[in-house]
Design a protein around this ligand. Structure first.
Ligand SMILES: *Cc1c(COP(=O)(O)O)cnc(C)c1O
Length: 534
């Protein structure tokens, strides 16, 4: 690929950290990169951010036995100390509002501020799920309109709005499949999951009580249709297929897969988390899919990754619509919208499999997602998909000469570009590139997933990154690949400029110390500096 994304790094420039450890400062801060103790280490007792009117009076004898005998173990901070503590912590964080989040499969895109303005309108923000239905007709209208859009965009019959995330939606879809199979007296035991599926798919099938069997991928990263067909039979309840899949490829034979599964009496679940690549272009209903979750927090730009709750509505085919969960919104004969709960549900949906959540789902996310849809329209949504795919292909083609791109020969990718560690020299790994990206000011990409590729690096730029932004990212990636080729040892100890150095990830995952005990780290547990804090 040509010029604009050339790396600025040259071997004689040296690398981050090559000059040795940074000199210690007395404060622990490094320039404006701020260190911050735990709030318990900061807080003195007896300090407080608010003034109380008076000393507490006498405790009534009846309540005396509840009187506190020891001080409550809470840190005491003044208001400015509290504000600074959290602001300093927030500066150690990374966010979509700071820079790109190239995590593959996560669709970390910009959250338009218009969505936020709509979600904060008091008529949406200040309502309560137990309010009388006549007082929340506008909220029901949002749910109804969004549901209608989701059905139209996917070409499906019905949608269950209540699931609260993608994985929750998967469970909803599988439970609807199970209810449909049981209703015809044919429960079945096995769910087939291709190697190119997301990890939540086999987890969901197992959680719902199915035995999971793998279907291999072809060498161009797609489902092996012949292997799938030969495994189909009367014990197979259905398949769970991620499309576009986790190699960033569209399963071109999806219709043939659905037809084969249906012919064998099974049902088809599609993981629609990657819908961003095909929204407005393909209707999953036309591909024979029976159930698919949509991550509103991915395709429809509602915040996620620490920024907000997920939302995972599940669209259902005519076969599965009768088994959808309660509650759902329906219009009554007087034109008013009603939330159909247990009572009344039987007459509307006698075969419902039951309930997934206490209320109707993530109202704030519905408002944001509908705002996003209305502000784009069908043409705009189609352009979202096209630009997301264009950006991913730009990344793929700009890096394939410095990193192995295992499926680049198979044609353009969809929403994400996949690389392996094959071209990295001995002793350098995917992890080194990911940690190096932190020093470059980027959140790392998804690493070591999907498992079909060794040392996978999965990059999803999304459509909300500009070409200039992509060039910056590509320049950093090229620089890191070149440093690895030049066997720059400092890459192996990156990050050098982050608040923390490289952690012992195994120990941090297997032996996390999550509770502050007051006297420092409990005996026998690794201290922060042992797991890599420095
Ligand atoms: C994100 C994702 C999921 C899970 O969605 P959550 O909302 O995180 O539960 C499932 N499958 C794929 C392909 C995903 O990218």
């Amino acid at each position: 690929m040509n010029a604009p994304n050339k790396s600025g790094w040259k071997p004689e420039m040296g690398a981050a950290g090559e000059t040795g450890a940074r000199p210690m400062t007395s404060s622990g801060d490094a320039g404006l990169a701020l260190e911050e103790p735990l709030i318990f280490e900061l807080g003195g007792f007896g300090k407080c951010g608010v003034d109380f009117d008076s000393e507490p009076g006498e405790i009534s004898p009846a309540l005396a036995k509840f009187a506190r005998s020891a001080p409550v173990d809470l840190p005491g901070l003044t208001e400015p100390e509290t504000v600074r503590h959290y602001t300093r912590l927030s500066r150690q964080n990374y966010a979509i509002d700071l820079g790109p989040f190239p995590l593959g499969s996560c669709t970390m895109k910009h959250n338009p501020r218009l969505n936020e303005a709509m979600a904060r309108l008091p008529g949406f923000a200040d309502i309560h799920p137990l309010q009388p239905m006549d007082t929340v007709q506008g909220a029901f209208e949002v749910i109804e309109q969004l549901a209608d859009w989701l059905c139209k965009l996917t070409g499906m019959e019905a949608v269950a709005m209540s699931p609260k995330a993608g994985a929750h939606g998967e469970l909803c879809g599988i439970l609807a499949m199970r209810a449909a199979l049981e209703a015809r007296g044919d429960a079945r035991e096995v769910i087939l999951v291709p190697e190119s599926a997301h990890g939540t798919n086999p987890a969901t099938a197992a959680f719902a009580g199915y035995r999971v069997e793998n279907i291999p991928a072809t060498k161009d990263g797609r489902v092996d249709l012949d292997a799938l067909k030969s495994r189909l039979g009367p014990d197979v309840a259905g398949v769970m297929i991620t499309n576009p899949n986790t190699c960033g490829l569209f399963e071109r034979e999806m219709k043939a897969i659905s037809d084969a599964v249906h012919a064998a009496g099974g049902l088809v679940y599609c993981d629609g988390a990657n819908f961003n690549a095909i929204v407005g272009k393909v209707r999953p209903g036309d591909l024979g899919i029976d159930a698919m979750h949509i991550n509103l927090h991915k395709t429809f730009s509602t915040p996620h990754g620490g920024g907000g709750p997920g939302s995972g509505p599940v669209v259902l085919s005519a076969r599965l619509a009768p088994f959808a969960p309660i509650p759902f919104v329906r219009r009554d004969e007087k034109g008013r919208l009603r939330l159909i709960e247990e009572r009344g549900a039987k007459e509307h949906l006698p075969q419902t499999f039951g309930r997934m959540t206490a209320f109707h789902g993530q109202m704030g996310m519905f408002t944001r997602a509908l705002t996003y849809i209305l502000s784009h329209g069908v043409d705009g949504l189609r352009q979202v998909a096209e630009d997301a795919v264009l950006n991913a292909n730009y990344v793929l083609r700009s890096l394939e000469d410095v990193l192995d791109a295992p499926f680049a020969h198979a044609g353009p990718c969809m929403h994400e570009a996949l690389f392996s560690d094959d071209d990295l020299p001995e002793g350098f790994s995917t992890l080194d590139i990911a940690k190096g990206l932190i020093d470059e000011g980027f959140h790392p990409m998804t690493v070591y997933f999907p498992l079909v590729v060794h040392g996978a690096m999965l990059i999803e730029p999304t459509e909300t990154e500009s070409k200039a932004g992509l060039d910056r990212f590509i320049g950093s990636m090229r620089s890191l690949a070149e440093r690895a080729q030049a066997k720059d040892e400092s890459l192996k100890t990156a990050p050098h400029y982050a608040p923390r150095r490289r952690l012992d990830e195994t120990r941090a995952a297997r032996k996390p110390v999550l509770v502050y005990k007051g006297e420092g780290v409990p005996p026998g547990e690794p201290s922060l500096s042992e797991i890599g804090g420095s």
